[in-house]
Design a protein around this ligand. Structure first.
Ligand SMILES: NC(=O)c1ccc[n+]([C@@H]2O[C@H](COP(=O)([O-])OP(=O)(O)OC[C@H]3O[C@@H](n4cnc5c(N)ncnc54)[C@H](O)[C@@H]3O)[C@@H](O)[C@H]2O)c1
Length: 674
């Protein structure tokens, strides 16, 4: 690898790992968006244990000084982040050749880690949190430094094992093995209550990796824009009459954070009038400045006037509103503003630690209360959820189509005692977007959020990959059955307009929903394109964990499974093991992510396409399993779209033979219990 002079210091620092000399304490960067202060949950003995755990990363002669500092971090922030060890160099996805690694796959992983910590991408970069309020890449800067050092020195016959951000170390393996195995938050099942996370995370022995944060596969809000666009377009298809379009029709929602920040942009692409409330002014301003929302309003009266004018003019517009979503739902009802589609993307997977801010308190007041009186804060959150639900119910009685967008809104509202249950007292009043839209229309056919990153960092490479993907989708569409025509069309439009929609934040990355056939053909073409010099550097392939096979989550990804198995996690576990020996460059499996700790098991992979024949064999093997595992499980659960898809796949892939369900008539069962 050529080492350019410009980056020598950066490379040296990576190779050094934990610095030989104790670095000086640092000030926080101006305007840093800091993580909320976590609950003070540890006993005195636990606090000593947390500090003892943190000090094991450092030589004894530093212990006295660091012990005091870490105890202060624990007191002031509820966690030990080891701020002093944050490196001086900038964190962002550099071009792959810049990393001081012995092997390209390790350099690619370093690039992806740095992308996840880039302040333009990450929500709370000082605390190593990428998105979702607590989606961590590492628990502390010591782990970051050691991991980068391990990656720099590893060979292609070693595997790095990551325990919730902690690099356990390099172990001998083989060329065909994954280079990194990641687990995040995996607990003995009885220890997955929300307070267990707080305690064990504060002790420094586990972390919440969310989905793509802890697996280094987050690519900024673009990753979610596509899914949100598909969801919104299909939601409008459900409610609009044939001669109507979505212009000037209101989509009301909340959250302008890591993923929720994608909503206004998706609203623009879907062609509606989006109102997105956000309590944290910094988050709202950041998204507006990045061009993800058209206008910023911080006054309710101004908002009401603007929405009325925009409705009147059938505008396609996205409004970032600085304020609490509960106020907007209530005020819009009082003002007779009809909301066509409603949803919510506050971080309710993390309700008691700053994921949801209660109404009637300012953002700063909420943060104070969270620190000083967590019990009262919890009460306020629950009160607020009851109020929000009651306002949504009133809108729904006027005809609003409300759906849960996978943030555990329905679940937490029900736990707060809100009027959210259906008459049968088992189901919720409102569907999740997977039950109504993504499950039957995408996942059951194998369509999911495939993504790639151009490791050169050059936008020209991204343009070429977009063009390759577009041509392949067009080819597939020419002979595709009518069952998947809609998906093919939506995805072709998406990739055609992707550049125009300016979706890139951080690395040169692209997201595209595709099925197994599409993913394999596109990946093969990328591999060939690098081999032939059409693109200038290898491609990293991956996906969101929120996909066909990677995630078991009864209130989200698997909420449209109705055979009782939605509470099992066999699919996600099979997936990570299956992907790992079929060629993934790295694999990950997490507890939590999306809907919350203990509520979901989710996994993902990363794969480097380096232009070789081996890469081609691996991608075909692994991507096929990575999609069809989930289709098989969904078809066994009797989902008719998945049954169709798996039968079609078995016809064209002789090696695939899955167990198919026999369908029982309702009458036969009803007669048994008459
Ligand atoms: N199903 C999916 O594909 C999907 C996609 C995106 C996000 N999600 C879920 O949505 C949630 C949000 O994700 P994120 O990455 O954007 O999290 P985030 O924490 O970065 O953003 C949430 C934002 O909501 C704001 N907020 C909290 N309470 C509010 C209130 N009462 N009124 C207005 N704003 C409020 C917060 O200030 C924060 O900026 C998570 O639970 C995530 O898992 C699901």
């Amino acid at each position: 690898m050529t080492i350019t002079k410009k980056y020598t210091l950066f490379q040296e620092q990576i190779l050094e790992g934990i610095p030989h000399k104790l670095p000086a304490k640092k000030a926080f960067p101006k305007n840093a968006n800091r993580a909320p202060i976590r609950k003070d949950i540890l006993s005195i003995d636990d606090k000593k244990l947390a500090i003892r755990n943190a000090l094991r990363y450092f030589p004894e002669e530093w212990h006295e000084e660091l012990a005091k500092e870490f105890s202060e971090e624990l007191r002031d922030y509820g966690r030990i982040y080891m701020y002093r060890f944050k490196p001086d160099y900038e964190l962002y996805a550099r071009s792959i050749d810049t990393y001081p690694a012995k092997i390209k796959s390790a350099a690619a992983i370093m690039l992806m880690i740095q992308n996840n910590l880039d302040p333009a991408v990450a929500q709370h970069p000082e605390e190593l949190i990428t998105y979702g309020g607590n989606g961590s890449v590492f628990q502390n800067w010591g782990q970051y430094l050691l991991t980068m050092q391990f990656l720099a020195v590893m060979s292609d016959e070693q595997t790095l094992h990551m325990y919730s951000g902690h690099p356990m170390g390099l172990f001998p393996s083989s060329k065909d093995a994954p280079r990194v195995i990641i687990t995040n938050g995996m607990m003995v099942p009885n220890y997955s209550r929300p307070d267990d996370l707080e305690r064990f995370n504060a002790l420094g022995v586990t972390q919440y990796g969310q989905m793509t944060a802890g697996s280094y596969m987050y690519i900024g809000p673009q990753g979610i824009v596509h899914g949100t666009t598909i969801t919104l377009m299909n939601a409008f298809r459900k409610i609009l009459k044939e001669n109507e379009n979505s212009r000037g029709k209101i989509f009301l929602t909340s959250g302008l954070g890591g993923m929720s920040g994608a909503q206004p942009k998706a609203g623009n692409i879907a062609g509606c009038l989006t109102v997105c409330a956000e309590v944290n002014p910094k988050a709202a301003i950041k998204r507006h400045e990045q061009g993800w929302a058209d206008i910023l309003i911080d006054n309710m009266g101004v908002l009401v006037d603007r929405v009325n004018v925009s409705k009147e003019n059938n505008e396609v517009l996205s409004i970032a509103f600085i304020g609490n979503i509960v106020d907007v739902w209530e005020r819009f009802y009082d003002e007779n503003i009809f909301v066509h589609i409603g949803s919510d993307q506050t971080s309710l997977h993390n309700p008691w630690s700053g994921g949801y801010y209660p109404v009637d308190l300012s953002f700063d007041q909420s943060n104070e209360l969270l620190k000083d009186d967590p019990e009262l804060f919890k009460k306020k959150v629950q009160e607020s959820l009851r109020r929000q639900t009651s306002a949504i119910n009133k809108h729904a009685s006027r005809g609003t189509y409300f759906f849960d967008y996978g943030n555990a809104f329905l679940l937490e509202a029900s736990r707060a005692g809100a009027d959210i249950m259906a008459d049968n007292e088992i189901d919720f009043k409102y569907p999740s977007y997977v039950q109504d839209i993504l499950g039957p229309m995408c996942f059951d056919y194998g369509f999911g959020p495939f993504r790639w990153v151009c490791t050169s960092g050059r936008s020209e490479d991204l343009d070429k990959t977009d063009e390759i993907a577009l041509n392949i989708l067009r080819e597939i569409k020419a002979t595709a059955p009518k069952e998947i025509e809609l998906q093919m069309n939506d995805n072709i439009i998406w990739i055609q307009d992707a550049k125009k929609n300016k979706l890139v934040v951080g690395s040169q990355a692209r997201i595209l929903y595709a099925d197994a056939e599409g993913r394999i053909k596109i990946a093969t073409a990328f591999n060939n394109a690098f081999r032939s010099g059409k693109i200038s550097a290898p491609i990293v392939l991956g996906r969101d964990h929120h996909d066909v096979s990677g995630t078991d989550s009864p209130y989200r990804e698997t909420s449209n499974i109705y055979d009782g198995s939605q509470f099992t996690a066999d699919m996600a576990i099979h997936n990570v093991i299956g992907d790992s020996f079929r060629g993934a460059t790295w694999v990950s499996i997490h507890n939590g992510g999306g809907v919350g700790w203990g509520e979901v098991t989710n996994g993902g992979f990363g794969m480097l396409l380096d232009g070789t024949k081996e890469s081609e064999i691996k991608l075909k093997n692994m991507l096929f399993y990575d999609v069809n595992n989930g289709i098989a499980r969904r078809s066994w659960a009797r989902n008719k779209e998945a049954l169709y898809a798996v039968k079609r796949e078995m016809e064209r892939t002789p090696g695939l033979k899955v167990t198919l369900p026999n369908i029982v008539e309702d009458d036969l069962l009803d007669a048994l219990y008459e």
